[in-house]
Ligand binder design. Structure first.
Ligand SMILES: NC(=O)c1ccc[n+]([C@@H]2O[C@H](COP(=O)([O-])OP(=O)(O)OC[C@H]3O[C@@H](n4cnc5c(N)ncnc54)[C@H](O)[C@@H]3O)[C@@H](O)[C@H]2O)c1
Length: 337
């Protein structure tokens, strides 16, 4: 099949290109390269590497593809709040526009990289797809707005589907450490300190970044009727953890590291568990490749092998917000700044 992947040079996209290529699909990647030079390991190249702002995609770019997997986004909550204009124009407006163009171009399937953050602080702890949405950030709101608008385009010839991903962690050739698990492991390796920003009590649904890519692959092959115009949580029921559980496992891997509460985030409002029953019902064959321990073992080894250090932790290579602030000029053409 011919697959058009946006954001293929990102943390999740790097795995996705590899999975699709290994399965023999033709991949067109479209990415403006905001994190160029931030690679941790070499990435697999798509067949066509379109260096382009997703806001400039045309119907012609999408023609002849069977599926659009739309991952490109400003993938960071704090950035969304510092500059909500950029988040809205890229994460929401471009996502809706690409779906419209895909439909016009005759692309049958549009898979959107959404987020479980749309639930925000729910009225109850265990949230499922039918529960009320409560976005706490511009980022989360952009994901909901996209779902609502794109779902209106669904018809016999056009199947949108919304993957509401849990919080990612784990090894990728385009590593990020601005995600809770990777950050705890990184601080332990760099400083011998497991730096917890909250009081450790918040719950989070977690998923290995490669398993998000695996889910996109499963949705590419899923029967149309089971995913047609559906929002589906992507993760595992046994993969909801409290931050302190993660810290405990870091301590198991790094017994000499001390747990330190930095107090950076006093009361963390992002406290939620998510249910993944719908995913299990709709795609019973789909199984996560990783649980948290396996994924953390793998990342721990990779960080040791790469000599991950204080400079890596404090620098901008692995922290999206720090790089983004230096690269806003890449997004200048649209005069959003
Ligand atoms: N990482 C997570 O925990 C997580 C969880 C849920 C959902 N998601 C979603 O999955 C997607 C991918 O996340 P990620 O962690 O790989 O992010 P990432 O920041 O590592 O990658 C995003 C990629 O999109 C590209 N991009 C951004 N704006 C662009 C634009 N205007 N034009 C072209 N390319 C652009 C960047 O250059 C980058 O390569 C995002 O939509 C994100 O919101 C991520």
């Amino acid at each position: 099949m011919r697959v058009f992947v946006t954001g293929h040079k990102g943390y999740i996209g790097a795995h996705l290109v590899d999975i699709l290529k290994q399965a023999g699909h033709h991949v067109t990647g479209c990415d403006i390269g905001l994190y160029e030079g931030c690679e941790w390991d070499q990435c697999v190249m798509p067949d066509v590497d379109l260096v382009k702002d997703v806001r400039a995609i045309t119907a012609k770019d999408l023609e002849t593809h069977d599926c659009v997997m739309h991952l490109a986004a400003i993938s960071n909550d704090p950035m969304g709040d510092i500059n909500p204009e950029i988040t809205h124009s890229i994460n929401r407006d471009a996502s809706i526009r690409i779906a419209q163009l895909a439909k016009t171009a005759g692309v049958g399937r549009y898979l959107f990289s959404g987020s479980c953050s749309v639930y925000g602080q729910g009225e109850k702890l265990d949230l499922e797809e039918t529960d009320p949405l409560n976005p706490l950030t511009a980022y989360a709101k952009s994901k909901i707005d996209t779902e609502l608008e794109v779902s209106k385009l669904a018809d016999d010839g056009f199947t949108p589907s919304f993957l509401r991903n849990a919080t990612a962690y784990g090894y990728s050739p385009m590593l990020r450490i601005d995600l809770v698990v990777n950050s705890l492991l990184g601080s332990a390796i760099a400083f011998n300190q497991i730096r917890i920003q909250s009081d450790g009590s918040p719950w989070r649904p977690l998923i290995h970044c490669k398993d998000i890519a695996n889910a996109f692959y499963a949705f590419l092959h899923a029967p149309k009727e089971v995913i047609h115009n559906q929002a589906i949580n992507i993760g595992g029921n046994s993969e909801n953890y409290q931050v302190k559980d993660v810290a405990d496992y870091v301590e198991h891997l790094m017994p000499n590291a001390d747990i330190v509460f930095t107090g950076e985030v006093g009361h963390d409002p992002r406290n939620y568990r998510v249910k993944f029953d719908k995913l299990n019902d709709v795609l019973p064959e789909f199984k996560l490749e990783y649980d948290l321990k396996l994924g953390m073992d793998e990342l721990h080894k990779a960080m040791i092998d790469h000599g991950f250090n204080e400079h890596d932790f404090n620098g901008s290579q692995f922290v999206r917000l720090r790089t983004l602030q230096k690269r806003l000029n890449k997004l200048d053409a649209f005069q959003i700044r």
